[in-house]
Design a protein around this ligand. Structure first.
Ligand SMILES: [Zn+2]
Ligand SMILES: [Zn+2]
Length: 410
């Protein structure tokens, strides 16, 4: 299994590292018995020969963000909107969100407000409401707020939540009194809104007995599933695997389980959520980088508190290195937890029984610790490459402050 692309700098750096190692050192390395010994061995060489540093990655914060470019994208969105190209305007507002530097709350409020209008026209009312609320939180100007309140009312009306729509029209009416509209326009808008309120009150009165509580935005919860015909088996060479007793029909779902760790390949990093891997329709951006995107505020928060706290700013370095999905997964398995998590678990890693591992939740590291790796079939050359890649990944963790105890440096 390869661990890097040939185009990345790791490939060349490794070739140089390999040529710096004497025959006797390599022989000593090939006689080592476990990963811990191999990692210590290579670390010692790095310490003695390269002063402890093979690479010195620098965290790139804010690189790629630009207020001017964000405003350009917003303008493109506005002109697409004027031509009723809703999908294109959504795409431009997404770009604007990605490019906007962190400290521009007011601009963000405008972009989200405009995006909510595009979403409204695309009949994506729940998503539009989410953007409106966020825009208000970010202090969208008071004297223009009537626009957002009216859009909110229309969204709720479209979602058949008439009582909430009525409430929002009342809020629109109140917001108009502090608006920046000229006298004539203000009067016209107030009349229209008042009419909507009266109509809606009458309508609600008429259909009262038919009104049902509105169910909205129900997020489907993931439910793991194992088909009854499935049982688990194990051999020394293949590790654990699933078998079935029955003939399987096409389209039968055998197994549904969340992954222990997942990464978005770099060519999908602009289109798929870095936290849940789903395709991003309405983009949420990391405030510090343009290297990942998120599908929701929840995924953004979860990612920023979890693995992205360590990976943010280092993804260009990792991508340029050529580290492929296997290497990135190895990093993610570590970066999604904390150093203490692994220390606390260290002594429990030996003698894990299969039954015990089966009872653990999917995000428990012990779930993947005992995977069969076929390491006895691996050549020393190959091992060396894996260990040097682990040095590269470790370099990022150290630079990112993952190790509070400093032990990763040794
Ligand atoms: Zn997501
Ligand atoms: Zn970031």
């Amino acid at each position: 299994m390869e661990i890097c692309e040939e185009s990345g700098f790791f490939h060349e750096d490794f070739a140089k590292f390999r040529s710096d190692i004497s025959d006797s050192e390599f022989r000593a390395f090939s006689q080592l018995e476990n990963d811990e010994q191999r990692v210590r061995f290579v670390h010692q060489i790095v310490e003695d020969r390269y002063g402890g540093k093979l690479w010195s990655p620098v965290r790139e914060i804010g690189v790629g963000k630009s207020l001017a470019k964000a405003l350009e994208a917003k303008e493109r969105g506005n002109s697409a909107f004027q031509y009723e190209k809703w999908q294109e305007s959504l795409r431009c507002y997404n770009d604007a969100c990605l490019l906007l530097p962190a400290e521009n709350d007011q601009e963000k409020a405008f972009i989200l407000a405009n995006r909510s209008a595009a979403l409204f026209h695309l009949n994506k009312y729940d998503l539009a409401l989410r953007d409106i609320d966020r825009s208000i939180q970010l202090h969208y100007p008071e004297n223009m707020r009537y626009k957002l309140m009216e859009r909110k009312a229309r969204c709720f009306a479209a979602l058949k939540d008439l009582p909430t729509a009525l409430e929002c029209y009342r809020d629109t009416f109140a917001a108009l009194s502090v608006s920046n509209l000229g006298e004539e326009m203000l009067e016209k808008k107030m009349k229209e809104t008042h009419k909507m309120i009266i109509n809606l009150e009458l309508h609600i009165e008429n259909v009262k007995k038919y009104l049902e509580p509105v169910k909205r935005g129900v997020v489907k919860k993931f439910v793991p599933h194992v088909d009854k015909s499935i049982f688990f088996d194990c051999t020394e060479s293949e590790g654990r695997f699933a078998r079935t007793r029955n003939h399987l029909k096409p389209n039968c779902v055998l197994l549904k389980e969340l992954p222990h760790a997942s990464v978005v390949m770099s060519d999908c990093s602009g289109t798929h959520c870095d936290q849940c891997c789903s395709r991003v329709e309405v983009l949420f951006s990391c405030p510090k980088c343009v290297d990942v995107v998120y599908c929701s505020e929840e995924c953004l928060q979860e990612g920023s508190r979890g693995h992205h706290a360590y990976e943010c700013g280092f993804l260009p370095f990792l991508r340029n290195s050529g580290a492929n999905v296997v290497s990135m997964l190895a990093l993610r398995i570590v970066s999604q937890k904390s150093e203490e998590y692994f220390y606390d678990m260290q002594e429990q890693l030996e003698n894990l029984s299969n039954d015990f591992v089966d009872s653990l939740p999917v995000d428990d590291y012990r779930k993947v610790y005992n995977f069969v790796t076929h390491d006895e079939q691996r050549e020393a050359e190959d091992y060396l490459k894996w260990v040097v890649m682990s040095v590269l990944l470790n370099t990022v963790l150290v630079a990112a402050g993952f190790s509070k105890s400093g032990s990763l440096k040794g």
